[in-house]
Design a protein around this ligand. Structure first.
Ligand SMILES: [Zn+2]
Length: 191
């Protein structure tokens, strides 16, 4: 059930899920807040503790939503063409930078553009095909950097910077594109 709280004047809707876990967790799923709580945790207490984080995140989301209106999607781009490009680009990067991967799979994901697994599988969200090529390249490069550094630490961003100096801007744009895609897909339910 959706509830809402007021944080510094922002009305924020959220949902609560109870699980058999030890520590509370806050997640954003395509722009809406989900509180994942241990069975006995107090909801208000958790909300109070994460107030600043929620506020900051909420402002980022609202900004991304606002700017998503101006993001143009390449809706005619076919999957075949996209797949050929990604396969080729990943091979090229792997050869140039030594980032090794085992295989590439394509699967619609609810929360991300792509991922890189322990088994060195690069999984790509086919919806990424609607983004301009530079963003596709960035997402693939980002995941392949995870083949040498799992975490988003200093080393990771240094490697990213070697090819994408403006990565922060790209990351922000990707967040906006996510909302643009959601609108095109008609919301979360269809996923
Ligand atoms: Zn990453």
């Amino acid at each position: 059930m959706a509830k809402s709280i007021n944080v510094n004047g922002l009305e924020i809707r959220y949902e609560t899920v109870r699980r058999n876990i030890r520590y509370p967790r806050l997640e954003y799923k395509t722009g809406s807040l989900v509180l994942v709580l241990p069975k006995d945790a107090g909801e208000e207490e958790v909300l109070e503790r994460y107030r600043d984080w929620i506020f900051k995140r909420e402002l980022e989301i609202r900004e991304a939503l606002r700017s998503s209106a101006s993001k143009r999607l390449e809706l005619e781009k076919g999957f075949r063409e996209f797949k050929d490009f990604v396969d080729g680009f990943a091979k090229k990067i792997s050869a140039e930078c030594g980032f090794r991967f085992e295989k590439i799979t394509y699967r619609k994901m609810r929360t991300k553009w792509a991922s890189f697994s322990q088994k060195r599988t690069l999984t790509v969200n086919p919806l990424l095909r609607h983004l301009p090529q530079r963003y596709v390249e960035y997402v693939i490069f980002h995941e392949l950097v995870h083949s040498v550094e799992k975490r988003h630490n200093e080393k990771f961003w240094r490697l990213i910077k070697e090819r994408f100096n403006d990565y922060q801007e790209i990351e922000n744009d990707l967040f906006s594109y996510w909302f643009a895609i959601q609108r095109k897909e008609g919301g979360d339910d269809k996923w």
